[in-house]
Design a protein around this ligand. Structure first.
Ligand code: ADP
Ligand code: ZN
Length: 722
């Protein structure tokens, strides 16, 4: 009898399937294989016997596997992680497994690519353009498209030079090795605090056992320098390291510091890698030659051959939570991965999530503290600006103390940062004559005016259109007014107040690529910018020694909407952005504009009393049965047809499970009742920690057949409540 295997097929619509293994092939659990399915071929992973549900198909019916993909089999701890993630987040196993084998190109695809470089020859006819291109391409080697960008000419010009032999093709192996990082390249002298923490972490790497750490260090304490030491030790021991960063815009700063410390860049992993880079990285990761991988949350599921340490930097960041597909939280899954693999994991933050702190006080995570800034820099002085007293003029948003603060910095040649977590010019546009408001046609959301690009845009679905000259409702010309401020409007205000000031806007619209982020960093560092106006993008990671004033334009903004984590998020954002001030030798000042000077979170910020804030927040969460004391999950049913969605939700509601340790709210129209053209109805489940939340949800949903137009999204431990 031929051996049989059960495959996890990488298609969420298909369950596990059984196949036979021809004598010519050797497989083991974790092998990635190609198997026939009807007339097609599908990719699958050989799974451990007895761990995937399903009846055994009769041996006579089994079709043979076609091919074993030549990549290392997924190791057992990773297979357990895939199972755990699917189970915990109520997601299909196949969807989780797809995150591991993330890109078709990584596995199949060609192993070489063609790049181009100057051959040394001269063109038949030299033109000014050609001469300039040849000069610009000196010692460059890249694809034609990339070279065209470097030289600032069209691809056609370069192809002409290729035809004349001036530029020559070179075949490069995509899977060529990365330059090695040297753990002893440049080790800085650590402060006593840093040394104490680093020693503990280095020992944990040497021990090679599961050990979760919460690295709790104030902004500017040098958390990065400190966790570089256990990274160095892992490299010395020949183990791989994964560093997760919340935002790709932050990597530039990280890369520079990494290169200074280790003499070579780390391996990058994020969604905008080219397919050749993706393949190269994936292979190096799975073979173990990629020593340190720095990436966005998706890097967590890669098949590291010999992982020895995981670092989650800015671990409190909500961008670690994925909000579509498999709705996982990379911070929490990191800890699970460390547990399955048996290794330390470091969650680093100046403003840890309440959940993480709770784990530390419960003794589950070991807490390591860096209580002061490196090099004797002082934490900034924080003051409140009461907007009910200091009222900015009509159509203005900066109160007098903040204006004076900026003026002082300009006079001293120092820099200021104004923080407002709103992209664009104004969050709402309406018609003065008839009151018409510009709404997204696909979402329950206002369109945001972006004056820099003269567009009205929806921040939820990407819809955008030109700003009209007349009201589409009443036809009145030039009657549209912008309501409320966005960063562009604040930048305008600064420009009107201080025409000589050099102002830069820093948002995901303006810093939308690593190159632009790098350019921005450089201009700020070169003091070519006086005032930065930015969203949450500038709240963390950046280190600008000349920045001595931080102004929080509207600290109350995040408190609106009343979501479970509103207070915590406000605390984190304001504390993080405040942490940008006074990081060099000059002291920093922070001015927080608010209408609620006595709100607990605002008062805690003003007094620098973090413990008071966390204590109050802990009590509030305990009373509400919210995390970490209780758990939440949401189920959203959506359809392009409102009636269909509503009926499906009502039918599901009719069979709601009843239990003592959880209760279910809904169905009700979701706060965002329409999103990307789909009508949404929501259930919210609040459970005690003792409840078997996932099992309850699975049983409840499995008993239902939903119409094909209805999508069901389950979010366990949700961050978004819209
Ligand atoms: P955090 O991430 O904790 O806010 P950083 O890691 O950004 O702090 O460190 C703040 C600044 O101090 C950085 O410019 C960093 O390079 C510097 N720094 C920290 N520790 C050291 C050290 N041991 N030697 C030299 N510079 C350090
Ligand atoms: Zn929209």
């Amino acid at each position: 009898m031929k051996p049989r295997v059960r495959l996890l097929i990488l298609n969420a619509a298909l369950g596990p399937l059984d196949y036979s293994v021809p004598e010519t092939l050797v497989v083991e659990p974790g092998s990635v294989v190609i198997a026939p399915l009807g007339p097609r071929k599908v990719q699958g992973i050989v799974w451990d016997e007895g761990r995937l549900p399903g009846a055994d198909a009769p041996a006579a019916k089994l079709r043979p596997i076609v091919e074993v993909v030549p990549v290392p089999p997924l190791a057992q701890p990773l297979r357990r992680l895939i199972e755990w993630t699917a189970d915990y987040y109520c997601a299909p196993l196949a969807s989780v497994a797809r995150m591991v084998l993330s890109s078709g190109g990584a596995i199949g695809g060609p192993s070489t690519t063609t790049e181009y470089r100057l051959s040394g020859g001269a063109p038949e006819r030299m033109t000014a353009q050609r001469a300039a291109a040849i000069e610009a391409l000196d010692s460059e080697q890249a694809t034609i498209r990339e070279l065209a960008e470097i030289a600032g000419v069209s691809e056609g010009v370069l192809r002409g030079l290729v035809n004349q032999g001036v530029i020559e093709p070179v075949t490069v192996a995509i899977d060529r090795p990365y330059p090695p990082a040297d753990p002893d390249h440049h080790q800085p002298a650590l402060s006593a605090d840093q040394l104490r923490v680093a020693k503990t972490l280095v020992r944990a790497v040497e021990d090679g056992e599961y050990a979760p750490f919460l690295l709790d260090g104030v902004t500017g304490s040098g958390k990065t320098e400190t966790y570089f030491e256990p990274i160095a030790q892992a490299i010395r021991l020949g183990r791989q390291v994964l560093v997760l960063l919340p935002e790709i815009a932050l990597t530039e700063n990280f890369l520079t510091r990494f290169e200074e410390r280790f003499g070579a860049p780390p391996v990058l992993w994020h969604s905008s890698l080219k397919s050749t880079e993706r393949r190269r990285a994936w292979r190096a990761i799975s073979e173990g030659s990629a020593q340190v991988v720095v990436g966005a949350r998706s890097a967590l599921f890669l098949p590291y051959a010999k992982l020895g340490l995981i670092v989650v930097d800015e671990a409190h960041e909500i961008s670690f939570k994925q909000d579509d597909g498999v709705r996982y939280n990379a911070r929490d899954v990191s800890v699970m991965r460390a547990r399955f693999e048996g290794m330390p994991v470091i969650l680093a933050s100046a403003t840890p999530a309440l959940e993480s702190l709770h784990m530390a006080t419960s003794g589950i995570y070991k807490k390591l503290d860096l209580p002061s800034r490196f090099g004797g820099a002082q934490l900034p002085d924080i003051k409140l600006v009461d907007l009910t007293v200091e009222k900015p003029g009509a159509g203005r948003w900066l109160a007098q103390p903040l204006v004076l603060g900026i003026e002082e910095r300009l006079a001293r040649g120092e820099q200021s940062l104004l923080f407002l977590n709103r992209r664009g010019y104004a969050p709402l546009t309406l018609c003065r004559t008839c009151g018409h408001r510009f709404k997204c046609p696909n979402c329950s959301a206002w369109l945001v005016e972006h004056r820099l690009s003269s567009r009205l845009a929806c921040h939820h679905c990407g819809f955008e259109g030109p700003v009209p000259h007349e009201c589409p409702e009443c036809g009145e010309k030039d009657a549209l007014v912008a309501c409320g401020p966005g960063v562009e409007r604040i930048a305008d205000e600064v420009g009107e107040l201080f025409p000589e000031a050099r102002v830069a806007i820093a948002t995901s619209d303006t810093l939308n690529s690593p190159d632009k982020a790098a350019e921005f960093l450089e201009t700020v560092q070169n003091k070519a910018i006086d005032v930065i106006v930015g969203t949450q993008l500038v709240t963390k990671g950046f280190h600008f020694p000349e920045l001595t004033l931080v102004g929080v334009v509207d600290a109350d903004l995040g408190l609106e909407g009343g979501d479970l984590r509103a207070a915590e998020r406000t605390y984190q954002q304001v504390a993080q952005v405040a942490g940008r001030a006074g990081r060099g030798s000059k002291p920093g000042e922070v001015l927080i504009q608010t209408r609620h000077t006595d709100a607990p979170v605002i008062a805690a910020l003003a007094n620098g009393d973090r413990d008071a804030f966390y204590a109050a927040e802990t009590d509030a969460r305990r009373d509400a049965g919210a995390p970490p004391f209780g758990r939440w999950a949401s189920i959203i049913l959506s359809s392009e047809d409102d009636r269909e969605a509503r009926l499906a939700a009502n039918r599901l509601g009719d069979t709601r499970p009843r239990a003592d340790d959880l209760y279910i709210l809904g169905p009700a129209p979701a706060p965002m009742a329409m999103l990307r053209g789909r009508y949404r109805y929501r259930f919210l489940i609040n459970a005690r920690r003792t409840a078997n939340l996932q099992e309850t949800i699975r049983r409840w949903l499995d008993a239902h057949d939903f119409p094909p137009g209805v999508r069901v999204g389950v979010d366990v431990d949700p961050y978004s409540f819209v």
